[in-house]
Design a protein around this ligand. Structure first.
Ligand code: R5P
Length: 291
């Protein structure tokens, strides 16, 4: 296998190559003055099974186009199989029709990737695993939650309370609990599908004087974590941390979260940035070696 170093995840791709021993294919990329993307594979992929490592966080649309172009280039240059490793899969939250007249974004994205030449896909903590049934090729989602929980064990937070900010993320808190060895729980969150506004409901949790870690798949504006932190502080939590797989952290989200009394925010390198202190490289390397 060869690792194609997608421009949006070059560092992660290099780490994966180091851990697996697979050769890399560098990619030259540029953006034309009108905003269009250009890519070129800089090593041979003839008769190879290639894994393109390319995240699709912001700017989502151009990262997706680069991915499709790399897949097409791999095919044209004789790759025998194309696996895409997409640490953060954009548009996965619109995985069904919520209001009449909407589209299913993720369905369109994966159809485009198949047309570009992708044969199979590996991603990490897709928003809802049920979306995979819409994919036109074999696809799997891995969980980075144990790696995030390990970070806190190493920090001395063993037996911290693992909290999910909504019911949908409860499975995440449960996975963290198995590593942390403490308790777990969840809050409730309702979203108005017309305005996008969310409301969070407090319920009594056994967290007085405890260290609590809020786990979620995505932190975007930070609103969910800020709301959860307020509830936890009201209920007497001693220390509150937060961890997510995909730290989109739009605008001043990081500041808002820290201002809400959260001691630290950590995320993975699915979205490279200041908070991405946990690398997905070991998880993705194992998955690629097993193919
Ligand atoms: C949605 O249910 C997700 O799991 C996250 O909770 C959500 O995307 C976080 O968004 P925000 O940071 O804007 O509250």
């Amino acid at each position: 296998m060869k690792i194609i170093l997608g421009p949006a995840s070059r560092e992660l791709g290099e780490k994966i190559a180091e851990l697996t021993g697979f050769e890399t294919v560098p990619v030259a990329s540029r953006v034309f003055p009108d905003g269009e993307s250009y890519v070129r594979l800089e090593a041979s992929v003839k008769d190879e099974h290639v894994a393109i490592v390319q995240t699709t966080c912001m700017p989502q649309d151009s990262n997706l186009m680069q991915l499709a172009f790399m897949a097409n280039a791999a095919r044209r240059n004789g790759a025998r199989k194309v696996t895409s490793v997409i640490p953060y899969l954009a548009y996965a939250r619109q995985d069904k029709v919520f209001l009449e007249g909407e589209n299913v974004s993720i369905e369109t994205i994966v159809a485009m990737l198949k047309a570009a030449g992708i044969d199979q896909l590996i991603t990490v903590n897709i928003h809802a695993e049920s979306a995979l049934s819409r994919f036109p090729f074999p696809a799997k989602t891995l969980s980075a939650i144990p790696l995030l929980a390990e970070y806190f064990v190493e920090k001395g937070c063993k037996e911290a309370f693992a909290l999910a900010p909504d019911k949908g993320a409860f499975y995440i808190a449960e996975q963290a609990k198995t590593v942390l060895g403490g308790e777990s729980g969840n809050l409730e969150k309702q979203r108005d599908r017309h305005t996008g506004q969310t409301t969070q409901t407090a319920k009594h949790l056994n967290i007085k004087d405890k260290t609590v870690i809020i786990f979620d798949d995505i932190i975007s504006t930070g609103g969910t974590i800020v709301g959860a932190a307020k509830i936890l502080h009201e209920q007497g939590a001693a220390h509150v941390y937060t961890a997510c797989v995909h730290g989109l952290l739009i605008g001043d989200a990081e500041k808002r979260i820290l201002d809400a009394g959260i001691k630290e925010i950590i995320s993975t390198d699915s979205v490279p940035g200041k908070t991405s202190k946990v690398s997905l490289a070991p998880l993705l390397s194992e998955a690629l070696k097993a193919l």
